[in-house]
Design a protein around this ligand. Structure first.
Ligand code: GLN
Length: 493
């Protein structure tokens, strides 16, 4: 294979790259060197990586070469993978984008990482992210922002912004991120990628640095629906190290990937249309075009209401911050990462946490601690849990009418760096369409569906009932094939 052919493989789908490695057409050892060069470039140019992992990558590539030579066929043979920095990779740093974890080295692989590596992936680096996954623009990383490869003056979305930038710039062929309230889907939408979060529990949380445990899920970002579906089939499955993981049979997302949407009932989310004020006109146009496309391809498209969707933001920012205030208590300067020494234990805690956490993380710890404090707990946390249950009921009722729900992933295309940093509330509103599925534990996928007049990618989201990933991936394929939006790539570096 010529150097140009190798570069073309790295630009193309992960599945095509794996096929070439399995066929012996290109050595994994050669691919990994080219991929590491790209990752180094995008670490500089976009800030996509917090650390490169060349030794791990070369060792994994040697394993792949050995297994392929022995006749094994690996679904993701030699595929360069970016891992969000709040997901553990054995022997490599995990900072979760925070100063408080500076110097922490992961003792082992997260289960989802181990599964991807067993399927042939090669980890090229730890991707930049918002601190502990808290953010929608990657501007809350303690180590600097990430730039969107489509327009370097814009954010890639967050919190898995580095993962998205890495795959969109073809520094990696696949990335994993965590999605607590949209952190895989929203950056996927802003960077022109496919990104999914599974049914809660379908992918193990073992090895993820916890943000809000009842919401956190790992998901993948890819340049095609098929790549994303292969990643799902590899990552999904029960795990005795995560008691909330599902041990039921993993739904098969590959066999029916091309079945189309004929006879399916697709609900167009009424509350998204009603967002009129907040919905960018180009997003609105793509939303309407997507509905027309499904109907042209044989689906029955009807309006559907999930009445409590407008309450999802306040509920999410109470539930997530409450859980975060408890989860982040473990970062005390004693057990993990950075420590600011002090003569007494209490001042060691105070100094470490004051200097170690960034402003947004502190805001959320304070908000969450308040929501859980005695005298206020019933009014805030208790009430938000009730609304969360009602929202789930709304979805259940909607899914008696329709098979899946269509809405934009993000109310607007990528915004400019700095545009929302002064106003946390406007940043929180970026999650208006992604947090509802998270609160209800539902699977959801974002698919490139068009471009704004300025040439920025626009993503549409499909939300399904629990365990309906096969339906979501097949509907995503319809959008991908019908809009051709995934075929356009960002300007070359
Ligand atoms: N933007 C949301 C938040 O800041 C979602 C983050 C996430 O999914 N990790 O909480």
């Amino acid at each position: 294979m010529t150097p140009a052919e190798i570069e073309a493989l790295l630009d193309g789908p992960a599945t095509a790259l794996a096929a070439a490695v399995n066929a012996g057409a290109v050595p994994a050892s050669e691919l990994v060197e080219r991929a590491l060069e790209r990752a180094a470039r995008e670490r500089e140019r976009l800030g996509a990586f917090l650390a490169l992992t060349p030794e791990t990558a070369r060792r994994q590539a040697r394993d792949v070469a050995r297994r392929v030579a022995a006749g094994e066929v690996l679904p993701l043979a030699g595929v360069p993978l970016a891992v969000k920095d709040n997901i553990n990779v054995a022997g490599e740093p995990s900072t979760a984008g925070s100063r408080i974890l500076a110097g922490f080295v992961s003792p082992d692989d997260a289960t989802c990482v181990a599964r991807l590596v067993a399927a042939g992936c090669v980890v090229v680096g730890k991707a930049n992210c918002d601190e502990f996954g808290m953010g929608s623009s990657n501007e809350n990383s303690a180590y600097g922002p990430v730039r969107n490869p489509w327009d370097l003056s814009r954010v890639p979305g967050g919190s898995s912004g580095g993962s998205a930038a890495a795959v969109a710039s073809s520094a990696a062929a696949l990335a994993i991120g965590t999605d607590t309230g949209g952190s895989v889907r929203q950056p996927a939408a802003l960077c022109g990628l496919v990104g999914w979060k599974p049914t809660y529990g379908r992918v193990s949380r073992y090895g993820l640095i916890a943000y809000a445990s009842s919401l956190d899920q790992a998901g993948a970002l890819a340049r095609s629906v098929r790549d994303a579906a292969v990643a799902f089939s590899v990552m999904a499955g029960g795990d005795e190290r995560d008691s909330t993981s599902l041990s039921s049979r993993v739904p098969d997302v590959l066999t029916g990937l091309e079945v189309g949407c004929e006879g399916k009932r697709i609900g167009v989310l009424v509350e998204a249309g009603a967002e009129a004020g907040g919905l960018h006109e180009d997003v609105k146009a793509s939303f309407e075009a997507a509905a027309r496309l499904f109907s042209a391809k044989g689906a029955t498209v009807v309006p559907i209401s999930v009445p409590r969707v407008p309450l999802a933001i306040p509920v999410y920012y109470l539930v997530a911050t409450a859980e975060a205030s408890a989860n982040l208590a473990r970062f005390d300067g004693v057990r993990y990462g950075a420590r600011v020494d002090a003569p007494e234990l209490s001042s060691l805690y105070r100094k470490t946490r004051s200097q170690g956490f960034g402003a947004e993380v502190k805001r959320r710890i304070l908000l969450g601690t308040f929501a859980l404090s005695s005298g206020y707990m019933d009014a805030w946390y208790g009430r938000s849990m009730k609304v969360r249950a009602l929202l789930s009921r709304d979805f259940a009722a909607a899914f008696r009418e329709v098979d899946a729900i269509l809405c934009p992933t993000s109310p607007e295309p990528a915004f400019r760096l700095g545009e929302k940093t002064g106003d946390p509330l406007s940043m929180y509103l970026a999650d208006v369409f992604t947090v509802p599925a998270s609160l209800a534990g539902l699977p959801a996928i974002s698919v490139p569906a068009g471009f704004s007049k300025e040439g920025l990618p626009i993503g549409m989201q499909l939300i399904g009932p629990h365990d309906e990933e096969p339906l979501l991936f097949s509907l995503a394929r319809v959008l991908e094939a019908g809009t051709h939006a995934s075929e356009r790539r960002p300007p070359a570096p």
